[in-house]
Design a protein around this ligand. Structure first.
Ligand SMILES: Nc1ncnc2c1ncn2[C@@H]1O[C@H](COP(=O)(O)OP(=O)(O)OP(=O)(O)O)[C@@H](O)[C@H]1O
Length: 600
């Protein structure tokens, strides 16, 4: 049986490209520029002095309704025209083994077809650097093509591609649009590119230009960033990954960025724009920069609109991540004021990093200010001042205990904001001396002063009455002496007491069998009930301890209990609210004279 070759219906292929590969018909111009540049590259490989020009003429310039792209490239012989232009998927840019040759932009052998997104007919007029006559190839969107000797020899070596716009695609051919597209894709190309009379290429990549001083270079890059992204960067970081032939710059954002939104970057491959919304160039955490880079060795996907995910891209991501980290660490040494400003803006991101990264943790420890019982300060400074420091995992607990805790010589750090507790918990990894322990509020009582035995004895009756006043509320009472004297009483729960409270609550809801099991645990936990610690150095509290009327003691102690709960922003249970109400009304009743008419 004779073997046959596949037949390809070109219309189907073009339809596939336009619907599924390319995001917009505008890519036709990119593909044409790319072929022109590659042809120049090929010619200059053998003849470095050959001109490097790509000229685009929009219909407004040609005045015959067509768009033309002229290049001074290597051109094609008649044989090559048959071989390369007539076979889809055939590319002159692969080596004998079929690998893409890395000096070229193209590799797939489909780029020219994108012309059919906007035109029904493509004409290629070419004269090869290898000699031979000028050749004309005309391809049609329905898959036919013809090759002929050109009627007139081209004067110059090179190629001219001509498209006659389809009526429904004319919007892509206006001189303004073509100029903008050329600038968008091609402003950094290493050739002289013009559209009509307008030069498109100029100085080349802004980061590679020569400047008389570093300050002038910085000013130029700031200007570039403003033009491109609309902001003046806080700093500019040079990027260089030789393994990927990558150079470029990272602009540090001058305003806080949303860390959950992945930053996107402008990526050029071999100086041709790939896209300006490439997300996978940097690690996730690097949301505080926007980059512009050009890479020779990274590969595009076939659409040429995103990067092909391979080991090299992974390596680039890691290397750029390291670079940004080193920049930050370096800033700590060279420009602490700039670092402080950076941290003020981007602290959440840096904290997110510090959770996993030791260098960042070190930086946070030394430079980032936390809320502490001694005001805002770095953890390093705080650790120096408070050898016995603790931290809270929640903002409310910090608010209620920082003053009391500090008064007992235990400095407190607020670890209640996002990432804080995780970072603080990791400080020990840095250096065991830097470690901070979480605060167990219960331990504070062990630091309060006890009363002398004589006073203790004298107040036994009061204490017993006070105990029974709070017994129903599940709270014990102790009397201590502590600073600040302005605080009449403090409600303290230990971690165990919190556990106990949860247990009691679930017991109330549990079925009888389970309630018994939980009940059996109770005695062991009774010692860990929350405590109302009355402050004997507070004048009012001291007066309360001298009350003898049991009813008044109950009212006063419940009032102090309620006040301590409110002051500490503890949640109030219904029983607590009831006790607070009762004590308030009871004290009011006691304080006001009896109404003479009441008895009447
Ligand atoms: N302006 C040109 N000058 C010289 N040769 C060209 C020109 N345009 C196209 N060719 C030849 O035709 C071949 C096919 O071009 P086409 O644009 O379809 O694919 P490609 O550039 O190889 O790859 P890609 O699909 O990635 O663009 C090219 O490999 C090249 O050899």
């Amino acid at each position: 049986m004779a073997e046959r070759a596949f037949q390809v219906d070109l219309r189907g292929v073009v339809d596939l490209l336009s619907r599924h590969l390319y995001s917009s018909p505008r890519v036709y111009l990119r593909e044409l520029l790319q072929n022109g540049v590659d042809a120049v590259t090929a010619r200059r490989a053998g003849d470095p002095a050959a001109p490097a020009e790509v000229r685009v003429e929009a219909p407004e310039h040609t005045r015959d309704g067509t768009l033309r792209v002229h290049d001074s490239g290597v051109g094609l012989t008649e044989e090559q025209v048959h071989e390369l232009l007539a076979t889809i998927g055939r590319s002159g840019k692969r080596d004998e083994l079929g690998y893409a040759r890395h000096e070229f932009l193209g590799q797939f052998g489909i780029g020219l077809l994108s012309g059919f997104l906007v035109a029904d007919e493509i004409e290629v007029l070419t004269r090869s650097a290898e000699g031979g006559p000028s050749v004309r190839w005309v391809g049609y969107a329905d898959g036919r093509y013809r090759v002929e000797r050109a009627g007139r020899e081209r004067d110059e070596i090179g190629t001219t591609v001509t498209l006659r716009p389809r009526p429904d695609a004319e919007e892509w051919f206006g001189a303004r649009t073509v100029t903008e597209l050329a600038r968008h894709y091609g402003s950094l190309l290493p050739v002289t590119l013009t559209v009509g009379p307008t030069p498109i290429t100029g100085q080349g990549p802004p980061w590679a230009g020569a400047h008389p001083t570093p300050a002038r270079r910085r000013a130029a890059l700031d200007g570039y960033c403003r033009e491109l992204f609309g902001f003046t960067p806080l700093d500019v970081i040079d990027l260089d990954v030789p393994e990927a032939g990558l150079r470029g710059v990272a602009f540090v954002l001058p305003t806080p960025a949303n860390p959950t939104v992945r930053a996107t970057h402008r990526v050029y491959l071999k100086r041709m724009l790939l896209a300006d919304n490439v997300a996978d160039l940097l690690p996730d955490w690097a949301f505080f920069v926007r980059c512009v880079v050009d890479a020779d060795e990274l590969r595009p996907t076939a659409s040429r609109e995103s990067l092909y995910e391979d080991d090299l891209l992974g390596h680039v991501r890691d290397t750029l991540g390291d670079r940004l980290r080193d920049w930050l660490v370096g800033l700590a040494e060279t420009d602490p004021a700039a670092l402080r400003e950076f941290l003020r803006l981007h602290n959440v991101g840096v904290k997110a990093l510090a959770v996993h990264d030791d260098a960042m943790l070190e930086l946070v420890h030394r430079w980032l200010e936390f809320e502490t019982s001694s005001g805002a300060m770095t953890l390093a400074e705080f650790g120096r001042r408070h050898p016995e420091a603790r931290y809270t995992r929640d903002v409310d607990e910090f608010r209620r205990l920082s003053a009391v805790s500090a008064a007992q010589g235990v400095g407190l750090v607020n670890g209640g904001y996002v990432y804080d507790a995780d970072i603080i918990a990791r400080l020990g990894d840095l250096d065991s001396a830097a470690a901070l322990r979480p605060l167990d509020p219960g331990e504070l009582t062990t630091r309060f002063g006890v009363l002398d035995s004589e006073t203790e004895l004298r107040l036994r009756g009061f204490l017993r009455a006070a105990e029974s006043a709070l017994d129903r509320l599940g709270c014990t009472v102790v009397l201590r002496r502590y600073a600040p004297a302005s605080l009449p009483a403090l409600y303290l729960t230990s971690r165990a007491a919190e556990h106990h409270a949860e247990l009691a609550e679930s017991r109330a809801e549990a079925d009888p069998l389970w309630a018994d099991v939980l009940g059996a645990l109770e005695p062991a936990l009774a010692a860990d009930r929350p405590r109302l610690v009355l402050n004997h150095t507070n004048p009012l509290t001291r007066r309360v301890t001298t009350l003898t009327d049991p009813h008044l003691v109950e009212l006063a102690v419940q009032a102090l209990y309620g006040q301590a709960l409110l002051h500490g922003r503890h949640p109030l249970r219904p029983a607590d609210t009831a006790a607070l109400n009762r004590s308030f009304l009871g004290l009011l009743d006691w304080a006001t004279p009896t109404d003479p008419e009441e008895g009447a």
